[in-house]
Design a protein around this ligand. Structure first.
Ligand code: 5GP
Length: 174
């Protein structure tokens, strides 16, 4: 299976989340926030982030698929849509990673048509080396190199989401 090296420890992630949450709290003071959790990869980040944000908020979930194995197909598909109308609401998208930017661009275009009062993006990770489309990330956890990461919600072939840290998998040499 190969070796998994820690790229970002649980402690480093926890600390960064507290900082992001404080920024979000300051920016949305006095408002009610609608958080859109992009499935599946961001469920663990979102669970930790929302618990650190002390403003009234609603959570909704959007299922997207844009990746098969390790390679982006560039094709984005909604596998589960929002259950509520977000018109006039302050919306924060929570994503695990912005890689090429194709998924986030699709999502921003799609959600803008639903007329939220404001639309912001929080992403745990960003891989600028792979950018195809520049997208705004209002709250960014970490910038990482061009490596395929797993853990803390991120998968490889649907496995490893349960690792408590972000790791890099190095295949066995054979
Ligand atoms: P993008 O459309 O920006 O290229 O890709 C976004 C999606 O691809 C992410 O939400 C995530 O599901 C997947 N992805 C991109 N890079 C990685 C990675 O390094 N590891 C894993 N597990 N998924 C990734």
């Amino acid at each position: 299976m190969g070796r998994i090296d820690t790229l970002l420890s649980k402690e480093a992630i926890d600390e960064r989340i507290q900082t992001l949450a404080a920024e979000i709290e300051r920016d949305f003071e006095g408002e009610t926030l609608t958080v859109i959790i992009v499935l599946k990869g961001s469920f663990i980040f979102a669970a930790d982030l929302v618990r650190a944000i002390n403003v009234p908020l609603r959570c909704d979930f959007l299922g997207l698929r844009s990746y098969e194995g390790k390679e982006s197909t560039g094709v984005v598909q909604i596998t589960h849509d929002l259950t509520r109308n977000i018109e006039g609401e302050h919306v924060l998208i929570i994503e695990d990673i912005v890689d090429t930017g194709l998924t986030m661009e699709y999502l921003l275009d799609n959600l803008k048509t639903r007329k939220p009062a404001s639309l912001k993006v929080a992403s745990l990770l960003h891989k600028p080396a792979r950018t195809k489309i520049e997208v705004p990330i209002d709250y960014l956890g970490f910038t990482i190199d061009d490596v395929f990461v797993i853990g803390y919600g991120l998968d490889f072939d649907q496995k490893f989401r349960n690792l408590p840290f972000i790791g890099v998998m190095t295949p066995d040499a054979d």
